[in-house]
Write a protein that binds this ligand. Structure first.
Ligand code: FAD
Ligand code: UDP
Length: 377
């Protein structure tokens, strides 16, 4: 007997937001997830009274008022503003590149002096290029910001992140490198940003309120009562947020990803690095960033109310079977394979494919929610 209007595979932001909307429309939903918890990549694990972003640091940011009002109607957001710091050979620089960075790099104190310095650095590179277009990421970055910023803040970080030399990466990855001639360390340009008070699990709980949920259930496990072979016996429609290549049994080939390995440590000190995000931009340091989770939710003196802290070192790695797929690698090979899966998925009239894995697309959280808010449920 058909029991549900929707079987939703995946309890991440796409699946959970879809479930919320379907519920509001009076539909009955079952949400399953193969992980032992709900929330997908925004899930937080509580360690020593600190919400630890288990699948990587998540900062909500958007300029879309509809999305911001929607999430705030479910949970209150705090005042967290992302101001990452870069550590290069033990010296600290503010990000994104702004007047603080230029002062730290060159001692310049005015926007005109900073601009003159950047122009001088770019001129040398443009002379070397002798009028031809930048052929790779290194040439592109050098021609946009010059050698000092490239070598200290971009080269090592980017090579660690992608596992390839900047000279082997395509130029189009960094079409733009914003330069701010103001003393402003806010990483995002969006109107609204923050972290849910009490953590992302609160947002997920609110979204899934009213839906039936089951964890530890893999849609492709034939022994599961709700699997890819029998789902039409239990639900009228399917919402699928897992990897699209897996859905079609990899008939057009496997899509590639970069993944991140997290080395998480509980420390007996109240404040380890004084900031949520510190990037290590030097090539010889094996990790890309160190996240200190308490700073997402504790500010000023609150930091010292908890005598302990949790940090995660992030190592960017090549994806292999069994790892978490994180960042799609949108090169020609993968894009063309993904396109084949996508066109096939268009012909499925009772299945919605959505989210970062089913669309093979890097999505921030707000655009995922925006997409679901604009769907017919
Ligand atoms: P997911 O959260 O991945 O959810 C998919 C779910 O489907 C998972 O729970 C998975 O277990 C489940 N699933 C898959 N296959 C099956 C199956 N066969 N059976 C059952 N369940 C299945 N965005 C921001 O806006 N700000 C940030 O700061 C930010 N930081 C990020 C940092 C990292 C390291 C990464 C990787 C992403 C970051 N994002 C950030 C993006 C954000 O994580 C995504 O936009 C969001 O999580 C997408 O939600 P989703 O539902 O599409 O996918
Ligand atoms: N980047 C860099 N140095 C830094 C931070 C970022 O060179 O300290 C570059 C790098 O090429 C990276 C890109 O900017 O791939 C985007 O980084 P960001 O952290 O903004 O994005 P995310 O990793 O969250 O996609």
């Amino acid at each position: 007997m058909i029991k549900y209007d929707y079987l939703i595979v995946g309890s991440g932001l796409f699946g959970a937001t879809f479930a919320y909307r379907a519920n509001q429309a009076g539909k009955k939903c079952l949400v399953i997830d193969k992980r032992p918890h709900l929330g997908g990549n925004v899930y937080c694990e509580r360690i020593a009274d600190i919400n630890v972003h288990k699948y990587g640091a998540h900062i909500f940011h958007t300029s879309n008022k509809q999305v911001w009002d929607f999430v705030n109607s479910l949970v209150e957001f705090n005042r967290y503003t992302n101001c990452p710091v870069a550590n290069y050979k033990g010296k600290l620089y503010n990000l994104p590149f702004n007047m603080n960075t230029f002062y730290q790099m060159w001692g310049v104190q005015t926007p005109d002096a900073a601009l003159a310095k950047i122009e001088e650095q770019r001129r040398n590179v443009l002379n070397d290029l002798q009028g031809r277009e930048p052929a790779n990421l290194e040439e592109q970055a050098l021609s946009l910001v010059g050698r000092d910023i490239y070598e200290k803040l971009i080269k090592g970080y980017t090579e660690k992140q992608w596992g390839r030399k900047c000279t082997e990466l395509p130029a189009f990855i960094i079409k733009r490198l914003p330069i701010r001639l103001v003393f402003d360390n806010n990483y995002f340009n969006d109107k609204y940003q923050g972290v849910p008070i009490g953590g992302y699990n609160k947002l997920i709980e609110a979204l899934l309120c009213g839906s039936e949920v089951k964890t530890d259930l893999d849609f492709f496990d034939k022994t599961s009562p709700y699997n890819s072979g029998n789902w039409r016996d239990v639900a009228n429609r399917l919402v699928y947020t897992g990897p699209i290549d897996e859905f079609y049994d990899y008939v057009y080939g496997k899509l590639e990803y970069r993944t991140v390995r997290f080395e998480t440590e509980l420390l007996n000190e109240a404040n380890h690095q004084g900031n949520a995000v510190v990037n290590y931009t030097e090539g010889s340091v094996p990790f890309t960033r160190v996240i200190e989770h308490k700073h997402f939710e504790m500010f000023g003196p609150e930091v010292y109310e908890n005598p302990r802290t949790v940090i995660s070192r992030e190592y960017s790695e090549e994806y292999r079977d069994g790892m978490e797929p994180y960042y799609p690698i949108n090169n020609e090979r993968n894009n063309s394979i993904a396109e084949k899966y996508r066109s096939r998925s268009m012909s499925e009239c009772d299945i919605v494919f959505g989210g970062r894995l089913a669309e093979y697309k890097y999505y921030d959280m707000a655009p995922v929610i925006e997409k679901v808010l604009n769907l017919d449920v």
